[in-house]
Design a binder for this molecule. Structure first.
Ligand SMILES: [Zn+2]
Length: 256
């Protein structure tokens, strides 16, 4: 009887040991071989999220009817029945009401950071006012002895004709004295560094003159919204290029 009991005990103990070994084996296997599977799952999830995110971004910038990307230049006059709701920047200057907060915050922040010598020279201009500006510039060149045609051609390098200026849109701002040496100021350096965080880009760059057909204007900044401003700077594109880029992207996306 004692022997049977002993055998039974040994059996129980060895069963226990075997089951412990098996459990240990399973745990060891799971830890070392199944983890990569889990990792794969996780990375798959992350990948999907990234793709979704990218698609999300594309959707934002895909929208070419985005009011922030309106392209107005010598070849693209203001759309018919163009209307904009303006808000007062100060007693005499106005800006698009949807973007004025960014403009105000940008200038406030700049000043708070000790870069204080900044003021808005010109923001929104009515098409009539723009026409006067253009005609005055033409007169200047005529007074310098140029023919009317030549004067008009030269004037258009400096002042946009009525309805072909971003100032008519209400999304452009000219800073300080509207002089090229604005580029030497701390204020300009600050804008180059930070303006994109408020949705503004330097609109007429030196190296984009052939595309924009406008001379270098360090004082002229254009609101396009934060994500577009950052993307434009990253891609080093002026608005003409960027709008084309978005259109191409749109077309490509529609294929899929
Ligand atoms: Zn301007």
């Amino acid at each position: 009887m004692k022997t049977v009991w002993l055998i039974f005990k040994v059996l129980i103990v060895s069963l226990f040991i075997v089951s412990m070994i098996i459990t240990g084996g399973i745990i060891y296997y799971k830890k070392n071989y199944e983890q990569p599977e889990i990792k794969k799952e996780i990375s798959k999830k992350i990948e999907t999220q990234t793709v979704e995110l990218q698609e999300g971004n594309v959707q934002i910038i895909e929208e070419i009817n985005d009011w922030r990307l309106i392209l107005v230049n010598s070849e693209n006059p203001l759309p018919e029945n163009f209307a904009v709701e303006l808000a007062n920047f100060d007693y005499s200057r106005q800006f698009d009401s949807r973007a004025i907060n960014e403009l105000v915050t940008m200038i406030k922040t700049m000043k708070a950071e000790g870069v204080k010598n900044i003021w808005v020279q010109s923001a929104y201009r009515s098409p009539e006012y723009q026409e006067n500006l253009f005609n005055n510039k033409v007169k200047e060149f005529i007074n310098m002895g140029k023919s009317p045609e030549e004067a008009e051609r030269l004037a258009s390098k400096w002042v946009n004709k009525s309805e072909t200026s971003e100032h008519n849109v209400g999304l452009a701002v000219d800073f300080n004295n509207v002089k090229v040496d604005f580029e030497k100021t701390r204020e300009f350096a600050w804008l180059i560094e930070n303006a994109e965080n408020y949705g503004f880009v330097l609109r007429y760059k030196k190296e984009k003159k052939d595309i924009t057909k406008v001379n270098y204007e360090p004082w002229h900044w254009r609101y396009v919204g934060v994500e577009h401003a950052k993307e434009m700077n990253r891609l080093d594109m002026c608005l003409e290029e960027y709008v084309e880029y978005i259109k191409t992207k749109n077309t490509n996306n529609k294929k899929y």
